[in-house]
Write a new protein. Structure first.
Length: 136
């Protein structure tokens, strides 16, 4: 990882990244406690690691990255995303949006606000996505 990405990730932790990663972990734990939420637990934990250190990684559609469809990228993935949106997605997206608005007030906070906006979009529709290094 380049020194710039390391610096951005360290600043990210101070500007709300640590709290939002904790929010994703809490969502994953709460979903794991309910039997109904188990299918979404792994996605929440994967995105928690992305929310912890987002610079140097990106979220891409799994079908685009692997070149093939699977159960999470088809109609079952859409249904899963709708259920996710109701259970946890809307409040995680709202928290990312609030962080983005606060950070966008300053010029220095703009890259972090943009990262929060990308995570807010991912919070709304995470099933069928995967986190990959930017170079991939």
């Amino acid at each position: 990882m380049s020194p710039l990405r390391v610096l951005l990730n360290l600043l990210w932790l101070v500007t709300g990244g640590l709290w939002m990663a904790a929010g994703w972990l809490i969502a994953g734990i709460l979903l794991a406690l309910t039997i109904v939420g188990l299918p979404w637990t792994r996605a929440a934990f994967n995105i928690a690691s992305y929310a912890f250190l987002p610079f140097g990684y990106r979220a891409v559609p799994r079908s685009q990255f692997t070149g093939r469809e699977d159960i999470g990228t088809g109609p079952f993935g859409t249904l899963g995303n709708i259920i996710w949106l109701v259970l946890a997605g809307w409040w995680l997206a709202l928290l990312h949006l609030v962080h983005a608005i606060v950070l966008a007030v300053t010029i220095i906070g703009l890259p972090f606000a943009w990262a929060h906006l990308k995570l807010a979009g991912l919070a709304l529709w995470p099933i069928g996505k995967m986190i990959v290094p930017v170079e991939a």
